[in-house]
Ligand binder design. Sequence first.
Ligand code: ZN
Length: 365
Amino acid sequence: MKIINITITAKIKILPTIEQVSLLQKTVRAYRNGCNFVSEIVFHTKQLKQAALHRATYTELRSGFALRSQMAQSVMKTVIAKYKTNKNIGYGWSLVRFRKPEYDLLWNRDYSIMKDCFSVNTLQGRIKVPFIQKGMEKYFDGSWVFGTAKLICKHKKWLLLIPMTKYFEQASYKNIRQVVGIDFGQNFLATTYDSRGKTTFFSGRQAKHKRAQYKRLLKQLQMKKTPSARQRLREIRERENRWITDVNHCVSKALVSKYGKNTLFVIEELNCAQKEVCYGWYFEQLRQMLEYKARMKQSKVIAVEPKYTSQTCPKCGHTERANRNKKQHMFICKTCQYTSNDDRIAAMNLQQNGIEYIVAVTALA
Ligand SMILES: [Zn+2]
């Protein structure tokens, strides 16, 4: 049995009291200021070794910024990691500024979290803060490993981002008990066709509408060439990206929970042209999310060549471009007259591809 590990980031809303809020604010600010102080030194000295940096900054971090010992260490780690990341992605050597109040927390040293309580190190020692437990229960069954968390404050809400890792048995094709073809699109975010011959449409009307709104807004801003329009453009793009990520989470989650364990999902491989258009990353992200969520349920995802998936008649096999009327979202087979929604046809053909695939791989094994 193959074992794989999967890491996901849990976003937890914590509920500090008014006194705790002021203490947390002081703490994350001191932490951020500490980061900026160390960043200046790293920028000038190019020193990325923690021991040397410790000698140069520790005393000041403790006395000047009132950071506790463990927090001072964490500040150095955060700054070093940021410079290393910039280096690795090929940025030139430039001063890193820490603007957002954020606080990196090492599991068991800076924070711990149990079923009913989150405990965190502050400028005045540890405090215990309740959090919203809904949806979190599964992480406390002992099978998840907690990583370095980030405490952030956004729009006056306090959030804890924790990477959680768990080991999963990987699905084997022998155990697959159903095959589901998925066609991703815009009218329907997803159209599925399963082993029982059932079709499900995941409506995308709202998403399509919202995407059109974003498109219009971005176009207007692109025409204005003022600095403030550019700034606004960046903000809107970021907001749109966050929204798309959210939609992808919902769709992948809905798909995986609908079909349960030991499912083979069959999707279309994106071609190069699709990858390059602006929403290429959106499908890529959706695919990745579907993959890891499927793995957690001993399910699998395969991507197949999209050739003819929307032109082939699933009943008689006749393939012709004219079978499909793209504008009307209809498929009418020129040979046998089989008629259906075109997204559904794609899902049916993908499902068929998946069955053939399973037959082939299990015959080889
Ligand atoms: Zn036909």
